[in-house]
Write a protein that binds this ligand. Sequence first.
Ligand code: TXA
Ligand code: MG
Length: 350
Amino acid sequence: MTRVLGSAEADLDLAADLLREGRLVAVPTETVYGLAAPALDAGAVAKIFEAKERPLFDPLILHLPASWMGSLWSRGIADGEPLGEEGRQRVERLAGAFWPGPLTMVLPKTQRVPDLVTSGLPSVAVRVPRHPVTQRLLERLGFPLAAPSANRFGRISPTRAADVLEELEGRIAAVIDGGPCEIGLESTIVRVTASSIELLRPGSISANELERAGGAPVVEASANDERTPQSPGRLESHYAPRTPLLLVDDGSSMRAGIGEGVALLFFSDASRDEVLSNLDPQYAPTAGRVRVLSPAGDPAEAGRNLFRMLRELDGSGAARIIAEPPPLATGISHAIRDRLRRAASSKRTV
Ligand code: TXA
Ligand code: MG
């Protein structure tokens, strides 16, 4: 049985006890729900891979208490030495700008971090999440939690406690219900070096914001870099519904794809109206099979709704889902396009 906990003191005490015993607890973050275990306990971390059916080549992110921000290098997790003075300062500037928050930094690791956590890589991914409930839990524990998104491997990330149960009920000790996630898309992941900021996974923080705060150019990590794991965020197929998903580039290709049993995911009311008003009513899907990411076309709202709506359409019994990405832009729109592209089983664009 998986217990559903709230944010009362007694609930967090129980969650902390479970984690100290090496059991798995799903926790809310501002991005998506994470499946947490004590990061320095390899036995507990192994259970994460088991519950998610996640391949061992896919490294985990460490979630740190906010009180560690000023003392990152002395906590025995990240090794600042190989970065040099300039690299360390860049990390500190990025941390100052975006922590607590949806930025993950890949840094040289220390011996204390189990190889299982990093899939044998010499680096470790760390972030300070800003969800207040999970911060209270981390401060109580005083040690980092390893936490991937709380979905089965390859599936849609959970943005509500109910989604976590749908994915992992019976496989984990508890989930803390902290409400729907504020951002809804996984964190931006960067690897910081002395001279650059490499973008490993786009998220809600844009390249421009990273450049401004970090004082170095943002470069796309190359796909065949051996330091870059072949991991979810980077696998071609990920965040996938069970229903085949077709990604189109505009209203007319959407219209062309519409037929019996389809479900439609639009970016805005304007694009929905454009497509549906020109459609033979006999082909119009029922309301249960139509979703609009953001009526007014706001990328932040669309990001918040993306995984929930994909999940709803996946459960609608449709034979396939046709999705339209947000217009090309930076930041959140870029991250939404990235997730949709990986969720698609066949692609026309993006
Ligand atoms: O927003 C998030 O980041 C969420 C919440 C729960 O914090 N977590 C999340 O974790 O998305 P996950 O496991 O689904 O994605 C972690 C990804 C890995 O797949 C990999 O791409 C990258 O982080 N990663 C972790 N450690 C790394 C390392 N040492 N080097 C390069 N990439 C790493
Ligand atoms: Mg994931």
